[in-house]
Design a protein around this ligand. Sequence first.
Ligand code: FAD
Length: 391
Amino acid sequence: MPDLTLTDEQKDLRELAHSFAEKDMRNVAWEYDKDGTWPEDVMRKAWEVGLMNTHIDEEYGGPGLDYLSGCLIEEEFGWGCSGIGTSLACNGLASAPVALGGSDEVKKEYLGMLTEEYKLASFCLTEPDAGSDVSGMKTTAVKKGDTYVLNGSKCFITNGQYADWYTVYAKTDKEAGHRGISAFVVPRDDTVIIDKKEDKLGQRASNTATVTFNETEVPAENLLGEENKGFKLAMMTLDRTRPGVASMAVGIARAAFEFAAEYSKERTQFGVPIAMHQAVAFMIADMATDVEASRLLTWKSALDLDQGRRNTLSSSHAKRFSADTAMRVATDAVQVYGGYGFIKDYPVEKLMRDAKIMQIYEGTSQIQRLVIAKEVLLGRNVEQPAEPVPA
Ligand SMILES: Cc1cc2nc3c(=O)[nH]c(=O)nc-3n(C[C@H](O)[C@H](O)[C@H](O)COP(=O)(O)OP(=O)(O)OC[C@H]3O[C@@H](n4cnc5c(N)ncnc54)[C@H](O)[C@@H]3O)c2cc1C
């Protein structure tokens, strides 16, 4: 059995993240959920205490943490408030393609921007007609001299309204499907227009917006990796961010499990605490097992990366199972609360609403199954080393 003991540094980091989640996220989570309040104060504090941009290398001002450490932080974010947590983690999603495909100058400029002061970045892949299948995207990037000019709209962009720069995927060859996509880092200027802030079912404190690029010009050096290799960069990015997303789902499930277990000991029906009814106790038992199993899959997918192995399969296992677990556990937590679970004065209905998005963003549960099926049917070697970075 591999040793899963955390180092002292990892334990301290988890403690820091837990204390932040408890004191700075939970105390405003239900309030901010009500009106979809942008959690600027929480975001700035997270930056100050060092809980943002944790994967950025020391060379560019970050702590260069390993992926398992990132998972420890994101589980606590999910436990505290996954709406705020999604916005806190978004710089990691936007900066991964830059770290993978940017030149040293681009990394210094854009990763450095995030570590020098509190700044935000967004990841712009999805379009109205191109969600799970990004090959149909319509945003274009046309090379003009030593610049690229971008035109098109991206929807559902986390932190889109507040970002200082964007990682944008655009077609550089319209006829070539996913082989015609390139990635760019795009600073915000007057040609970047925020069209719409979404009013959401859950994770209401995170910002989700439509971002339109209207004749937006960037230097040719802002191309990340090679032209027409953006799809590969996006997939490599998601391999690196899915362990964190899965951890956020573990955090939601753990919160729902804890609330349900506590309530089941307090609520009395038929003369005994409802935890004494086997049907309820078994729901609690299944929650506990699923939280544990999700965490193990998630840690495995992070350890694969940290130890230099390809984690496409393990990160899809982790993301799919943890997201579905979060939804199931949060739904069962509402069941354990009975009618009170359906009422906003109690904490679990928010968790059920928040959990739903975990099955949708960064690849739906169906898309994860497609990846898993492809990987296992092709018989890919699970011990395969990680693919080389494309830049
Ligand atoms: C709150 C929120 C935040 C987001 N943040 C970002 C962000 O920061 N950046 C970004 O680029 N995007 C972001 N997204 C977009 C998100 O990644 C997409 O919504 C997601 O990839 C699904 O795309 P879609 O919504 O177009 O659904 P569709 O692709 O239209 O899918 C609809 C349904 O069909 C299923 N389906 C589709 N194709 C298949 C298939 N081949 N086999 C089986 N089932 C299939 C899907 O699983 C789903 O159930 C965000 C979305 C939300 C709601």
